[in-house]
Design a protein around this ligand. Sequence first.
Ligand SMILES: [Zn+2]
Length: 648
Amino acid sequence: MIAACLSAACEPPPDAAADGSVAADAADRADGGARARRIVILLIGDGMGRGQIDAASLYRQGATGRLHLQSLPVHAEVVTGNLSGITDSAAAATALATGELTWNGSLGIGRHGLEVENLVELAHRRGQRAGIVTTALLPHATPAGFTAHQGSRADYLLIAEDEALGARPEVLLGGGSAYYDGPGSGSLREAGDLVESLQDRGYGVVRTASELGSADPAEASGLLGLFASDHMTWVLDRPEDTTEPTLAEMSAAALRWLDAGADSSGFFLMIEGARIDMACHGNDLERAIHETLAFDDAVRTVTDWADGRPEVTVLVTADHETGGLEILEPSGAGELPQVRWRWTQHSNARVDLFASGPGVDGLADRARDQRWIHATIVSLLSGEPLAAPPPALVADGNLVDLRYRAAEQIVTSGFGAGYNQLDALWLDADEEGLSLGVEGLFEWDHNAVVALIDVDLGAGTGPAALAQALSDPIGRLDGILSSSSLLDPGVDGWGADWALASFGGSDPRAGDRWDDGGLRGLTPASGAPDDLFWGAAATNFGEGVRTRGDAVAASPSPGEGWEARIAWSQLYPTLGGQVPPGATLGIAAVLVNDDGGYTSNQALPPFPDGTENPGRSLTPLPGVVRFVIDSDLDGLPDVDLMPTVVEP
Ligand SMILES: [Zn+2]
């Protein structure tokens, strides 16, 4: 068509002007033909880890591996950690929607507090359409990551305004009418009617499944569906005569709408199965299974629609796992399997990515973080080559992205090889902070790993020996540190200013204050010996490095372990994020028992070969790692020198 159009009377494509996409159009034409039509559908099972998928597959099929989503041709693993450690749904949605790793609670806001373009905005900038479908209330964290820019995920009223007045996707389907309807009965709004605002812009509004089914794309420019005042009803609790559509029905309607309305350039659609996560927060297996199955039905609806449409890419993933769900005993179809939950919060477990269509082969068979999914979608929507995300130091338990394996173990674990091992100390740093990793194995609910950090090796602030220096009995970690039997290593100018510790595999996020894990200030400047001070550190364990004493011995995964991320503003609180000129850290790690008084024979740097557990006897630390952060004395981290082990 384009090639045949030689006369000046020939009209340009209708969307080639206003949206800045002219250059890309030219590139498309140069690629040989009319502008490519690009359709990307991202389905997110909130909280849907491998345990949730397996449980749902067992319940429906009597075997694992048989959900429809698992039949997609490309499979990969996704690492979900972020700046806070274990991610929440807001930060995970922001990573998927904007390609920025950020802090928990943030929506469309990057690490420095600035707004970042999301995929709905990107699609609109390119003249494409966009849709958001969820079983949660529409301003909830996951849809909000694709439609809002707010520092707090709790500001539902502001988020709803961002959705309806700002990003304004052409299709918005879910719950949450209380945040959209104007002031009055059933509404939480004190001003402004977002339903009316959208109607004024030509949107059709539907409130029931039958209205959704008969909504006609020819009669309205957009579609708002509000099917519940809050979250939509649990699948398990819906009566026969429910007026709420299923996630699959909402997905089908969104596809029909976006497809009919889309010009030649295509669309982006995000579909969320939101309540898998909510069920898992309550460790409610039956609800988690039914919500996962409803999500899988939506995936089938989407892939059936995509069948025979070669321009469609389908990506199915989770934002994170919730609950630490493990299958203990499989079950037959229609039965609930025997399971074990770790807790009622999110976990750091890797999640799955299943995909089909153009542009996804590069994701196959490798564990990557969520920014890669974003980069893939940007590449597909824009038609430009995939821009690989830059390396990012986050506490995700995956240590191989740290530059320095600074100390290695030489002593076999006296606390049980295969259950408790400190195998290597990894270090790295960038302009924002320190990354520290301990490769090895860590027993659930037993023993503590303690990393001591001296922020001024050579200057000697902080206690040189923990034994008898601390006296804070309140809280498990403080008790462990106060009971320490460790003496001065005899390294010049050593003094531990901070202790980063985890008891029994506890992995608090940067904002958490848990007695079982975290960063504790040891110097008078940051606390007192009898009342240790909390610091902020993101911590996380890699997949499978935490072991259970009642299970068979585990094998360590090389390059995985306990990882922490600490901002310079935390380690040097008076310097506004800078480091002191010539900043040099001293770091050592030890493994101790449940009360901290009994020291194992594994430290990093290591004890001499053949050392037995020192136990409760007073024992000098065997050495420390010297890590120069600022080698050219300009107060900016350069981290270009290999860390060295310093022995007395
Ligand atoms: Zn959650």
